[in-house]
Design a protein around this ligand. Structure first.
Ligand code: IMP
Ligand code: MG
Length: 178
């Protein structure tokens, strides 16, 4: 294993590439012919690497924007609400929007963001996640473009962190218990 702290690889570097290429092709095919550029919105920070790879595989005109949300309020107790830490730069009203996440776990975060985005009246709204943990889902959400289903384990790498570390691993793995 390239990294001493990783016990198992869930998605190898080669598989990451294959999955992103396939997602890009699916998204390109789906949106071909739209009259305005596609608006691709990444949720920070986890999606930054996936976004960078994905948009280069989408072969239609697009623009990108980012948003940072946190699942917790200012206190230590989870409010169960998402808080917008950094909002989008541009309006999504009347636009075709593709929301991009690194991972959907319980689905709580993404479902709140999807609702918030719907309230801003986009022309259309679709969702894309690189990783999906179907076994952890508590809130039913629609994922239109999904990279890889993974088991219910804590994943790091390819943008995903543990205590802000490991985001730069070029593959997705599971940390050793310590
Ligand atoms: P949710 O449970 O679907 O709301 O997941 C919310 C957020 O938790 C995701 O956007 C990730 O930032 C983080 N998260 C969930 N599962 C993992 C994981 O396995 N590794 C790293 N971050 C995770
Ligand atoms: Mg996240």
């Amino acid at each position: 294993m390239e990294n001493q702290k990783i016990t198992k690889i869930l998605v190898s570097e080669e598989e990451v590439r294959e999955r992103v290429v396939r997602l890009g092709a699916d998204i390109t095919a789906y949106y071909r012919g739209i009259n305005k550029e596609l608006m691709v919105i990444g949720l920070l920070r986890g999606s930054f690497i996936f976004m960078a790879d994905l948009v280069r595989q989408i072969k239609i005109p697009l623009i990108v924007d980012f948003m940072t949300v946190s699942s917790y309020g200012d206190g230590t107790i989870s409010s169960g609400d998402v808080k917008v830490v950094m909002d989008l730069d541009s309006s999504i009203e009347g636009r075709d929007v593709l929301l991009v996440e690194d991972i959907v776990d319980t689905g709580r975060t993404f479902s709140k963001v999807i609702k918030m985005m719907h309230n801003r009246n986009p022309r259309s709204l679709k969702t894309c996640t690189f990783l999906n943990k179907p076994g952890a889902r508590l809130v039913d959400i629609q994922i239109d473009f999904c990279g890889v289903d993974i088991p219910n384990e804590f994943a790091v790498g390819y943008g995903l962190d543990y205590a802000q570390g490991y985001r730069n691993l070029p593959y997705v793995g599971v940390l050793k218990p310590n």
